[in-house]
Design a protein around this ligand. Structure first.
Ligand code: HEM
Length: 428
């Protein structure tokens, strides 16, 4: 591991503390200090391998785009304590990953797998499923309005709508959606006592990893059966494209196809749920902005981008240095581990004036919520489309919204956002 500037222990502790992500402001303050005083610096935290923390927008972008020097495969791409890393390696015969999906791959394997579904996720193909998405959006708004003026928007609308969309596109039957929601929340929200598998408040790294391994095993069992079914009975769904995909002239193996399904199924809803709830949170606390967007729908794309920036649903990813390099005046050695802090990049005041303010008219809005480079979010057009359609329907049918209680963010260092958003609303 290279020597270099070090992060003060209290700040280092904050950026790995799920509670800080739930509390939010202490986290934003810690990132602001790091961007100012130590934009690339080493976190030495008991129980973790040392890792570089990258907090400025420009550095995160540069690293994300250099997929030769900064790799995904050699170590876990989500921050984990040493005990968890060891336990996974033990369980997986030396591999650092519980799941093998696009985010765990590098070239030359990664582009081959990504190419299988790339076209499917492009706007031209998404046009063909837009009407389908609108039907789901309308039903979500009907359900909300039927709740009679109050709801928990995060739980009742935002978490269910993208789930329903992605499961329908993937080809998972509606009756299995509660299972998919539960497994995803366990995978992403493992640190939050409201979301993890055992509702435990305190867990050792080994316990948490055991539980996560069980969740992954459940996903694998479900999706391996689904792949076999689609090979035997092909349909017009994404599951069939993946199950019948060929890599180097051979069918995609079961373990890899299960990983592919898992990344689409999981990355495809909790993230969009978070930014959808974030958009509503912002509108509920700013009636003027709500009225403006309701009256002028050309502001909708701006509202959506700002919600995705302001919420930053994917809060970090890790990379491993492939060869000795230098970035931002800091030398790194092959094998070094680093954390791309997307929240910090999205609140970088040198790129976003008054970053804590939600401004639907912010322009330009060069947020990095979808990452960049070879791994840039495959579902970004789908996420934007889903949000646009839902808010078109919502703004048509709502006259006003306001907070009816205190919203709460999930306590997770990886994927996070509002988990409770009490709302009072009047129908139009
Ligand atoms: C990758 C964010 C929605 C599927 C990623 C990455 C981020 C991200 C940060 C990693 C980028 C990088 O390493 O540079 C988000 C956010 C979303 C969202 C903020 C919603 C607002 C979706 C949706 C889907 C999806 C709707 C699919 C249904 C994927 C996949 C990858 C990915 C498959 C892996 C791509 C690769 O490694 O090549 N996403 N995502 N995401 N996302 Fe999304």
């Amino acid at each position: 591991m290279s020597a270099g500037p070090k992060i003060p222990p209290d700040l280092a502790a904050t950026i790995v503390d799920p509670l800080a992500y739930g509390a939010w402001q202490p986290l934003l303050d810690a990132y602001a200090t790091l961007r100012r005083e130590a934009p690339i610096a080493l976190a030495e935290i008991p129980g973790y391998r040392p890792f570089w923390v990258v907090t400025r927008h420009a550095d995160i972008l540069k690293i994300s785009k250099d997929n030769t020097t900064f790799l995904n495969n050699p170590a876990t791409v989500v921050l984990a304590p040493i005990m968890a890393e060891m336990f996974v390696a033990h369980l997986m015969n030396g591999s650092p990953h519980l799941v093998k999906s696009l985010v765990q791959m590098d070239a030359p394997e990664h582009p081959k797998y990504r190419r299988l579904t790339q076209d499917w996720f492009m706007p031209a193909n998404l046009k063909t499923i837009e009407a389908n998405i609108r039907t789901i959006a309308k039903a979500s708004v009907d359900k909300m309005l039927a709740m009679g003026g109050e709801c928990d928007f995060a739980r009742d609308v935002a978490s269910m709508y993208p789930l329903h969309v992605v499961m329908e596109l993937l080809g998972v039957p509606e009756s299995d959606e509660p299972l998919m929601l539960k497994l995803t929340q366990e995978l992403f929200g493992g640190q939050d006592p409201d979301l993890n598998r055992t509702r435990a408040v305190q867990m050792s790294a080994e316990e948490a990893t055991k539980i996560m391994a069980q969740t992954v095993a459940d996903f694998n069992a479900y999706f391996e059966a689904m792949a076999q079914d689609r090979r035997a009975n092909p349909r017009q769904d994404l599951a069939t494209i993946i199950a019948t995909g060929m890599i180097d002239g051979a069918p995609i193996p079961d373990y890899e196809s299960a990983g592919y399904y898992t990344i689409v199924a999981t990355a495809g809803h909790d993230t969009t749920s978070a930014s959808t709830a974030g958009a509503m949170w912002a509108l509920a606390q700013d009636p003027e902005q709500f009225a403006k967007v309701k009256a002028d729908r050309t502001l909708l794309p701006g509202l959506i981008e700002e919600a995705i920036r302001w919420t930053t649903p994917v809060q970090h990813f890790m990379r491993t240095v492939a060869a000795d390099t230098e970035i931002g005046g800091v030398s790194m050695k092959a094998g070094d581990w680093l954390m791309l802090c997307y929240i910090s990049g999205n609140y970088d005041e040198s790129v976003f004036p008054e970053p804590e303010r939600f401004d639907a008219t912010r322009s330009p809005n060069r947020h990095i919520s979808f990452g960049s480079g070879a791994h840039q979010c495959l579902g970004l057009h789908l996420a934007r489309l889903e949000m646009k359609i839902l808010f078109e329907e919502l703004l048509d049918r709502l006259d006003s919204v306001e907070l009816a209680g205190e919203p709460k963010r999930s306590q997770s260092t990886f994927v996070g956002g509002p988990k409770t958003l009490p709302l009072r609303f009047k129908a139009a």
